[in-house]
Structures are given as C-alpha cells and as structure tokens.
Design a protein. Sequence first.
Length: 515
Amino acid sequence: MDLKNTLAFVAAAATWKAMSKSTSTTNGELTPQQQQNGHGEEKGIQCPVTGKTLNGSSSGCPVSNGFPKPDPGHRCETGDIEETKIPDVPPLTQKQREIIKSTAPILAEHGVTITTHFYKNMIRAHPELRDVFSESSQKLGHQPRALAAAVYAYACNIDDLTPLLPVVDRIAYKHTSLHIVAEQYGIVGKHLIQSIVDILGDAVTPEIGDAWFNGYWNLAKIFINREREFYTTAVENGGWEGWKQFKVTQKIKESDEITSFYLKPLESIDSGKSLPKYHPGQYIAVSLYIPSLGYKQARQYSLSDRSNGEYFRISVKREDGVAIPTKSNPVVPSHPGWMSNLLHEKLHEGSIIDVASPYGDFFYEPSLIEPNAPLVLISAGVGQTALLSILNSQLENKEKPINYITVARNKKVHAFGNYIRGKVLKENPNVSYKVFYSSPEEGSDLSGKDYDVKGRMNLNQIKDNLYLDDKSTEYYLCGPEKFMVDKLEELKSFGIDEKRIHIELFAAGELPQTA
Ligand SMILES: Cc1cc2nc3c(=O)[nH]c(=O)nc-3n(C[C@H](O)[C@H](O)[C@H](O)COP(=O)(O)OP(=O)(O)OC[C@H]3O[C@@H](n4cnc5c(N)ncnc54)[C@H](O)[C@@H]3O)c2cc1C
Ligand code: HEM
C-alpha cells in the first residue's frame, strides 16, 4: 500500500484513539442515561434512524429486527429494510456530507464504545459470525478499534475519498480472504446504526440518523463492489471464491517457534489441476474448527515460497502468549494464540484444512518497475515469510542486486538461515545476507557463521548494503509494529522516497503509527 495514504489513514486513526480516551463508558455497556435516552415505547415520536413516526411497535423496525428481546433503541412502526437486503441508497447530498463531517467528532469520542457494543450485539444475534471474526481481536479490542478508525477516517474524507482508496483495498482484500459477502453488510449495517442510536441516544436526530444510514451504505457499496471485483479476478486466475479443502502434504520445523506447512488442494492431488498464480508477498487465509472454542476461526498467513502451481507453503510462528501481571492481578494466565498452537500441535501430514485463494496488496512485481532494480528485504522474526516468497521469486534474475536482512533473538528461533546460507547464497552471487541476533546464546551462536551483527537491527550499521545511491531501489519491510515504525524512520532519514518503501503488518487493523 502507498505509504502516504497509509499514514493519512493512520493519522485519522490516531486522532480517533486520542479522542476516544475521553469516552465515558468503555466496556460497551449502556449508561443509565443512555438506556433512558429515547428507549421508552413513547407514541408520536420519530425513529432516529428512518425519521418515521412511531407508535411503539418494533415489528419490521430496521434497527431492532432480529434482536432476541425488544431492543432499547427501537421506536419504529414499520421499517423498510431487512438486515440482509442491501438498500438502494442515493449518493449522499451535500447537506448529509456536512452532517457526517460535523458529527464525526461526536462519533469519534464514542467510537470504540459504539463498535464494542455493536460487536457484542451482532454476535448475540448472529452467533454464526463467531466463525468469521477473530475471537482474540474482539477480546483485545483490535477489531472494534479498526472499525471505529475506518468509520472515522471515512467521515473525515467524505468530500474526497480518493486518499482512502488504497486503505479500502487493503481492507477489501482482508474481507475477501475471509469470504465476507454482500449480505453480511446488511447485518453489520443494522447493528452498527443500532449501536450509534443506543450509545448516542437523542443526539441522533432523524437528520443525523439518515445521513449516517446513507453514509454507511455508500461506504458499504464501495467495499461490496471492490470485493466482488477481487472475487471475480481470483476465479478468473484459476482461484476460487470462499473456502476450499487442502491437505497438508509436508510439515517442516524451521526453528523452535516456526513450522512450515505445505498445502495441496484435495482435488488436485487426484486431478493434477494446478494452483492459481499469486504475487510474491500475498497471503492466504486458513479456517479451522477450534475445539476449545466450539466454533471455527480464520487467520491469514503469507505464502512463504514463490508461486509454483503445485503447493502453497505457509510458515507459522507458535504464539505462546505473554502473561502481563498487574498490581491488582499479579497472577495472570497467558493466552496462547488459538490458531497457531492448533496448527503446530494438531495439523499433521494428511490433515485437512480450509484455505482461501491468495489475496493482498503487499507484493513485489518487477515487471511493474525496472526489472533489474536493486531490492532490499528487511524483516524481523516471522515477518521473513512474505519476504522469503519475494526473494525466491527473484532468484532467476542473476543481474538483480538483492539484500536480505533479518533479525531474530538467537539461533534457536532463527528460521530459514540454513536455506539462505546453504543454498541461496551459494547459487546466487547477486544476493547478500545480513543477520542480526538481539540475544545470541554464548557458546552456541557464532558471529560470522550464524549471525553478522549482535544487537537489535540498526540499519546505520549496514548502510553500505542498502543501495542508497540507486534511486530505483525498492524496500520491503515486514515485522512487528514497533520494528516497522523504527525501520521506516531510519530509511526515511537516509533520504529514501516513501513511495519506494512497502510495508506489511501481521495484525488486524494495527497499522504502523508514525503520524
Ligand atoms: C496479512 C497477514 C499475514 C500474516 N502472515 C503470517 C505468517 O506468515 N506467519 C505467522 O506466523 N503469522 C502470520 N500472520 C499472523 C496470523 O494471521 C495470526 O495472527 C497469528 O498466527 C496468531 O494467531 P493465533 O490464532 O495463534 O493467535 P490469536 O488467538 O489471534 O491471538 C493473537 C495474540 O494475542 C494473544 N492473546 C489472545 N487472546 C488474549 C487475551 N485474552 N489476553 C491477552 N493476550 C491474548 C495471543 O497470545 C497472541 O499472541 C499474518 C497476519 C496477517 C494479517
Ligand atoms: C462498511 C463496513 C465495514 C468496514 C468499514 C469494515 C472495516 C474493517 C477494518 C478496518 C478491518 C481491519 C483490516 C485490517 O486488518 O487491516 C476489518 C477487518 C475485518 N472485517 Fe470488516 N468492515 C466492514 C464490513 C464488514 C462485514 C460486513 C464483515 C462480515 C460480517 C466484516 C468482517 C471483518 C473481519 C472478519 C475482519 C478481520 C478481523 C477479525 O477477524 O476480527 N467486515 N474490517
């Protein structure tokens, strides 16, 4: 994704976060005041969403429909929208755009409260969506924050959405990888608008309700159309829409923490049908039933080998989880990651898993730029996966200078070192390799053999390997948020144009925040 646009979005998200700190309710529950706000079955008042005159019945109400008990916010007599129908909304009027812009700060102040409340209610009404949303992202608040930030960014850019389009693509790719479909926008729309009404109460006048209703659907349609394009392209390229059963054909331990899985489609094992071509750097999603949760979960994994038509390879870090004790709660259990642990422990050669077609806007395609331009691949830990795919995809071009730079704690957790030193460097004199160990183990981890530099990655120490003089050099970064922010700053301090820096982050909605 273009960095400038990422950061524009992030700036909006940061403002959102800062503003949302002043929120009075933080757990998504209604305050007594909010519970009272317009929630009685009064007669002769208007629905805050549709503007219709109400008589206290909830039947057909677009905001209360589907709730297990009468919902505090409903006041409609009749509604014209069912949650699974996509309304035919007109483009926003200038007045509605003004309303959305002027109410964005109010929405921002309560954004995370609204979206947390929204998820809780939506999952209660649609338990099947547990298979779709990440349990951990909900628990940790990542997903509500990401949604709130997206809605706020939309409101701030309502007059000209062009700067947001790359962000829309990033989100739309994530959605398609998880097989989000148009009908689900009806469910999300209903519950999101309901939550705005629940939390903001009488502040949501019919005019404001109308503007946001139209605003939501205009945004939703941008996503729905873009996602439809992505599904169509995937199918045209030999992929599929939704999930397909794959078999694990090989499982290889790459380090104490990272294991690779080679995946082949069940159907091609017999038919020999080849897999779709993907761009190096793209990811697939996998979906698996998690017995201890009692429902499915899906996660994205970068493809860690070049596109080869025969298999997908993913390389997964086992997330043990960290226990962070507090004063009030000194004995906190760690929460191991659901999917990564299940994959490591229970997915063996011969196991079956659901897999989505490859998607993603982070990739390297030299035909789009100068084919022999130098390439610098900078990763930390499991961030290597996406960059290894890029590296492997370029090995046929012996004219292209490539520098592969990575950091790990020590040799035990350093994956792919043997492959790169033992094969890639021997066969490709155009490739160089720099390894940082932040905590090498005395005696077993050897400087000059296992690693080159002791300590955290500092690009100043290897400035000569960054092809800084060549203005066509492209830089690809993948790793944890803090690492990416630091490397981004270092690269910018060398005078590198942001357009030549490309970033991928392995987390929901948590984009690097330099703004
Ligand atoms: C585009 C993309 C590409 C990716 N590529 C890769 C890849 O190549 N390899 C790879 O290994 N990963 C990759 N990831 C990350 C991957 O999708 C998963 O997020 C990762 O495997 C963790 O999933 P999980 O289910 O094991 O952990 P989750 O259950 O999702 O938990 C996430 C983290 O939160 C912690 N946690 C969960 N619940 C709690 C709680 N209640 N309290 C405190 N902490 C908690 C967990 O310990 C864990 O560290 C990628 C992500 C994206 C978005
Ligand atoms: C206009 C409506 C929507 C907006 C603005 C929106 C916004 C977002 C954003 C910002 C992210 C984080 C992307 C990232 O990781 O970089 C996200 C992820 C996600 N969205 Fe949406 N979304 C919308 C509609 C939907 C719908 C209709 C569904 C399906 C019911 C859905 C399901 C998901 C899921 C499952 C994720 C991945 C995170 C997780 O697993 O919890 N979204 N969305």
